[in-house]
Design a protein around this ligand. Structure first.
Ligand code: ASP
Ligand code: MG
Length: 421
């Protein structure tokens, strides 16, 4: 059994969708069952988020017209892929009615709930379209509603997986499916009541890992428009090169510091089950890409993760007392409750500094929840440079000469918090 994951960019046009279908049908994989975990087409998720925003700010006309544009965009795919399928037409009609009813009657609806019910439809549409195209042109395929596989709580927009129910559901359900090829949605789950939930932006990689770890599965392949995992962003650094092998541990560290090739939550479920993760290019499916597995003794090149749009929080206790464990605990718990990932943390006797991605809503919540107890100073627009396995050469090249707010060093990682300048 194989699990393939395809992101929005891999299906952003009818031609690229055809290319993906061809790849799935390739003889190279003919001996294995494939569960395909698919994201929404192109930038659909952003567009659907806009529908939600407009709805919540009661701009119903604008929300409807944004939705109509999204629908028209998907219908054009049917034309270009020469699909004419009654079931598919009915499903799309149903989704259209559903979203319109959500836009028109959002009264008393919780924003995050509304978000998940509307934004989820991007993945529902993309998977219905590709599954139909696939069985019309290649072989029979099944479409699985992710709500029946990925069981979550109702923490809408950032749902938590109920691992036991999820594994049971997937293991039972897969045996009832008699096609070799299966399509399901990334990024989505369902509550016990059957409402959609989402797992956090870019969560489809995580979906693939959840599904693979619930099945008897050898490997997960994430098909991307890059050749694999690089030691630095090739758009920013000329020394960037592909790493053919990395360990689970290294992948966890890289994504923790903000490398964006793989969603941070993806590695752990795979590591636990020793399922290897392959990052490969759908543009060059013959090349091997990167394998993430249980390797030790890899001689890594320096790995550089560079993140802009960071914000630095400085917390001081209002009465100038020491920042004791209880106070530290309050701050960390608040970040944790908001699922707000901390990228760097530094404590002194009187203050605590935290660096994280700039996210307006989360910053507002942090201020809201903590500013009674702490004086909070924000520094926006900063950058975080993380170097792992640094060598002399890379340090000479990248060691920042000025604009450094914080330097933090451990045995294999050095981090710099930099101002914009
Ligand atoms: N479509 C979702 C997003 O864009 C999930 C994903 O692509 O992984 O965030
Ligand atoms: Mg996407």
């Amino acid at each position: 059994m194989n699990v393939f994951k395809f992101g929005g960019a891999s299906i952003s046009s009818a031609d690229s969708m055809k290319n993906i279908a061809k790849l799935i049908a390739d003889q190279a994989y003919a001996q294995t069952r494939i569960v395909n975990v698919i994201s929404a087409i192109g930038k659909t998720t952003n567009a659907l988020e806009q529908v939600v925003r407009l709805t919540l700010s009661q701009q119903y006309e604008e929300a409807l017209s944004e939705w109509h544009a999204i629908l028209a965009y998907h219908l054009a795919f049917l034309d270009q892929l020469a699909i004419n399928d009654n079931d598919l037409n009915k499903s799309i009609e149903h989704i259209d009615q559903y979203i319109k009813s959500r836009i028109i009657e959002p009264i008393n609806t919780h924003g995050n709930f509304l978000y998940d019910q509307i934004v989820s439809q991007g993945e529902v549409l993309s998977t219905k379209i590709i599954a139909t195209y696939f069985h019309q042109n290649y072989e029979p395929s099944s479409w699985v509603d992710a709500r029946t596989w990925i069981k979550t709580d109702s923490n809408y927009t950032d749902a938590n997986i109920d691992w036991k129910s999820t594994q049971e559901a997937i293991q039972t359900n897969i045996n009832t499916i008699n096609t070799r090829i299966v399509f399901t949605q990334g990024f989505l789950g369902g509550t016990p009541e059957g409402f959609y939930t989402t797992l956090g932006r870019e969560g489809s990689d995580f979906s693939a890992a959840i599904i693979a770890s619930s099945l008897v599965c050898d490997r997960v392949t994430i098909w991307k428009d890059v050749l694999g995992v690089y030691n630095a962003d090739p758009k920013l650094f000329d020394f960037a090169r592909l790493m053919p092998k990395i360990s689970y541990q290294e992948a966890i560290e890289m994504t923790y510091y903000g490398a964006q090739v793989i969603h941070p939550k993806t590695i752990k479920p795979l590591k636990n089950k020793k399922i290897s993760l392959h990052v490969r290019s759908f543009l060059e499916p013959k090349s091997e890409g990167t394998i993430v597995a249980d390797f030790d003794q890899i001689d890594y090149p320096p790995i550089v993760v560079y993140r802009e749009n960071q914000v630095m929080y400085r917390f001081q206790v209002k009465d100038f007392s020491f920042l004791d464990e209880a106070n530290l605990g309050k701050i960390i718990a608040t970040f944790s409750d908001l699922s707000y990932r901390i990228k760097l943390i530094q404590a002194t006797a009187i203050d605590l500094v935290i660096v994280a991605d700039e996210k307006v809503n989360k910053t507002d919540s942090i201020l809201d929840k903590l500013q009674d107890i702490f004086t909070i100073t924000l520094t926006k627009n900063i950058k975080l440079l993380t170097i792992r396995h640094a060598n002399q050469e890379i340090l000479e090249r990248l060691y920042p000469k000025n604009n450094v707010l914080i330097t933090q060093k451990t045995s294999d990682t050095i981090q710099f918090v930099l101002t914009k300048a």
